[in-house]
Design a binder for this molecule. Structure first.
Ligand code: 26W
Length: 810
């Protein structure tokens, strides 16, 4: 090591200083973990000035993005990228002989989300800061994020995700900004002059303590905050004075309070009417709304100006209680009457819906709600009564249906209607999805409030999902078209100039191959399976859900397997395919867990059958996470987006694949429709029923899966493998229910995901892709067109649209 050179390097000097001060170490004797922390602290120190100056200012309107999930992933590399210092940090590592990636990998993922909804919130945070918009994310500082998944004997086993165990360098605790949140108790009414007052007593208190993490805009001066609330018991504070008996009781109470921020619920489909979850929701929205109002009060403006200073975005219905909570604060704490409070509140909220799956639409048992949130209940009840009265008065033809559209009915409180009634804007997350919520899911509400409904298509940050994940492709792009695309991603369109440029396409191909080599190494290291970097990487990575149809993919793999066995000669020139899966299943979702087991059983069978001649390999990667996704997307050739049409609200993985030059195999669902529109029919592989046909089948009940089985002997044989012991001879019944659900044609019993109905066209489209891949020049052209069209799906564009259509910040 050249010491003189090193001393002159500013980054090295700073890191050395940090190591010395924080750990009493030098670069030569620090552990990798200490090195990571020293890097992170150094970056944080670099941004502190800017962070304090981008703090809340009273001049500008600000958006508060409320979300029960923020799936941030790792921050170090992203932050270095966004402050524009990648070169300096890389140079420093080179001088020191350190491997930056391995240091960065010491950072635990912030996995505070299940999937699409949580990751969208993270991409939006990045784009908000980059577009220089004043914004704050607000959520819960879960002690445990989404569980860590291990695959043992082919089965998912869940372990706690202890991401905070070793501290979190990025966060700042702001104890002085803690607020109280109240649960339970009674409400009494009293008249104060001509005002009816509500007094809440006998409640229990939980303290909400905020922790802020910096959200750094790309190469600008803005640093927004992600504020996550931790639940703390107020009892802790006077613990010392307690005698022994009270001490135990105090501990118990403390645990009851602090459990609120212990764990992220791992469900992203079945909403459950659990009291802990209801408390979590109220906990973080109450803290957030109190913060917003108290900040506003410091401006000394009259309360009716609040909507000019703050807009509150509700990410799905989980933060819905922010609406009645603001009403409570304005009335009970600020002394406004109902009409004044409602006038303010109803101008401040915007709501995004992320799913039409009926079982995911939140409803709370009325009794539970009354018990936990008595005052909020009385406000929701009043909102409901006024809403129903308005419908009754203004929409006489809807009178007979009022029980269907009410917020409270049949002993349940429905959150989506509350959000729609209390927000000035309601949007879906892709053109198709927004159409469906307007015309089907929420049609009664769109008839009442037609002007509230709009669309903003999802997007993903190209900084994390292209620049960070795929540095080689980023460099090639910038070398050719300059770097304007970074701040204006639509400029990626300039890449079109190279679609007939042999030299360019060869480089493009080489980069894909190097990324595949990296993934192949990861696969070898984590699963022991050898896959060829020359095989087609055919990938389906996302949460495990029946509607996403991982099962259809597995059946197709079995089908291909049987085809090869039946005529090996015919397939000896076939390009080998590596089928890659990664997916977590909700711990209580048994069918999803069985499908994981099935994928692993199929992998075991095929990978170890010499007759397959390595033409098919099946790999299930455990513990799908943001960091793993960053390795997978750049290395993928085929992007499987095969949901039953109408079920996937948007999808965002589809965009990440496209950005990295994978070709989509998909149904006309969610954002696939817009990807298809962008790249043109030659550059995407679309198959299957469209959303209208699916609705038609549901309406008529005309679906006869056995017809498809009887037409196709190989399909029949593939399905038989589920029940004839080919896969799991010791547990013959393991896949019996799955088999039966696929083939049953009894009305009401049949497979609502229509797997066998779509199977033939899926198989054909897949075959065509495998064949087309052989013409690599043409394939790479298509891939390049996908990259060049992906700018439209940057979250920068989504955020610009949110601002233009909904928030209207300066
Ligand atoms: C209460 C249980 C629960 C929890 C989370 C129900 C539903 C959810 C989310 C709304 C599920 C979700 O993540 N939806 C996904 O949102 C993405 C971002 O908009 C879309 O791209 C996906 O299509 C959608 O499934």
């Amino acid at each position: 090591m050249d010491n003189k050179l090193n001393k002159e390097n500013k980054v090295i000097r700073q890191i050395n200083e940090t190591l010395n001060r924080s750990f009493g170490k030098t670069i030569d004797n620090a552990t990798q973990n200490q090195l990571y922390k020293a890097f992170a602290i150094t970056v944080k120190n670099e941004i502190m000035d800017k962070w304090s100056s981008s703090d809340f200012t009273k001049d500008n309107k600000q958006v508060y993005y409320l979300s029960i999930e923020f799936l941030m992933g790792r921050a170090l590399s992203n932050n270095i990228l966004n402050i524009g210092r990648q070169k300096e940090y890389q140079e420093a590592c080179k001088l020191l002989g350190l491997d930056f990636d391995s240091i960065a990998s010491k950072e635990p993922d912030a996995g505070l989300g299940n999937g699409g909804l949580g990751r969208l919130a993270a991409c939006f945070m990045d784009s908000l800061a980059t577009l220089d918009l004043p914004a704050q994310g607000c959520g819960i500082r879960y002690e445990y994020g989404l569980f860590r998944q291990k695959i043992i004997d082919g089965q998912q086993v869940e372990y706690p995700d202890t991401w905070l165990e070793d501290g979190n360098v990025w966060e700042i605790e702001r104890l002085e900004e803690k607020v109280e949140v109240h649960f339970g108790g009674q409400i009494s009414e009293s008249w104060e002059g001509d005002k009816l007052r509500f007094v809440h007593s006998g409640y229990s208190t939980v303290l909400a303590v905020p922790y802020d993490m910096p959200i750094i805009g790309y190469m600008n001066n803005r640093i927004n905050s992600l504020r996550l609330w931790k639940a703390v018991s107020p009892k802790r504070i006077d613990m010392a004075s307690f005698n022994r008996g009270e001490y135990l009781k105090a501990i118990e109470e403390r645990e009851m309070a602090e459990v609120l921020s212990h764990i992220l619920y791992p469900e992203d489909k079945h909403y459950e009417g659990k009291s802990l979850r209801l408390k979590q929701h109220y906990f973080f929205v109450s803290a957030t709304m109190q913060m917003i109002v108290s900040r506003f009060l410091k401006t000394n403006l009259p309360l009716d100006k609040l909507p000019e200073k703050a807009v509150i975005h509700i990410n799905d219905t989980h933060p819905a209680l922010a609406i009645p909570e603001l009403m409570r604060i304005l009335m009970d704490e600020q002394g406004l009457g109902w009409d004044e409070a409602w006038d303010i509140t109803s101008r401040m909220f915007a709501y995004t819906n992320h799913t039409i799956m009926a079982e995911a639409l939140e409803k709370w048992p009325e009794q539970l709600f009354i018990q936990i949130l008595p005052r909020i209940y009385s406000i929701v009840k009043e909102i409901n009564e006024r809403f129903c009265a308005m419908v009754h008065r203004d929409f006489p033809h809807k009178r007979a249906d009022i029980h269907k559209i009410a917020i409270i009915a049949y002993g349940q409180i429905a959150m989506a209607p509350l959000c729609i009634a209390g927000s000035y804007s309601v949007n879906g997350v892709s053109q198709l999805h927004s159409q469906i919520i307007k015309d089907e899911t929420f049609k009664d509400y769109s008839a009442v409030f037609p002007s509230k409904f709009t669309n903003v298509t999802n997007g993903v940050t190209h900084r994390r999902w292209l620049m960070l994940s795929n540095p080689m492709l980023t460099e090639l792009i910038t070398e050719k078209i300059g770097n304007d695309w970074i701040s204006d991603p639509v400029q990626l369109i300039e890449l079109k100039k190279y679609i007939n440029d042999n030299e360019f396409l060869e480089k493009f191909d080489e980069i894909k191959k190097l990324n595949k080599r990296k993934l192949a190494k990861y696969i070898k290291r984590t699963t022991g399976i050898t896959v060829s970097e020359d095989s087609i990487f055919d990938v389906q990575v996302k949460r495990l859900h029946e509607y996403k149809r991982q099962l259809m993919n597995v059946i197709r793999i079995l089908y291909d397997y049987l085809q090869i066995l039946s005529d090996p000669d015919k397939f000896k020139d076939l390009t080998p395919v590596t089928c890659i899966f990664a997916a977590k299943a909700a711990p209580g979702y048994n069918r999803a867990k069985t499908i994981i087991k099935l994928i692993n059983d199929v992998a075991e069978k095929i990978n170890n059958d010499p007759r397959v001649m390595d033409k098919i390999k099946v790999v299930f990667l455990e513990n799908y996470s943001v960091s793993l996704a960053q390795i997978i997307f750049p290395a993928s050739d085929i992007s499987q987006q095969i949901s039953t049409a109408s079920k996937e609200a948007s999808g965002t993985g589809n965009m990440k694949f496209m950005m990295n030059g994978a070709l989509t195999l998909g149904t006309m669902d969610g954002a696939n429709v817009e990807i298809h529109e962008s790249v043109g029919v030659e550059n995407i592989y679309i198959f299957g029923y469209d959303a209208n046909t699916v609705q038609q089948i549901y309406k008529t009940g005309q679906y006869d899966p056995m017809k498809y089985v009887n037409e196709d002997f190989i399909l029949k044989t593939a399905l038989d493998m589920l029940i004839d012991g080919s896969l799991n001879p010791e547990r013959l019944n393991l896949y019996k229910e799955i088999y039966e659900s696929l083939v049953s044609s009894k009305h009401g019993m049949s497979d609502q995901y229509l797997i066998l109905g779509d199977f033939k066209s899926y198989k054909q489209a897949h075959d065509k892709m495998i064949k087309d891949y052989n013409n690599r020049f043409e394939w790479n052209k298509k891939a390049l067109i996908n990259v060049s069209q992906s700018g439209r799906f940057s979250s920068d564009i989504s955020i610009a649209n949110y601002n233009k259509k909904i928030w209207k910040l300066k």
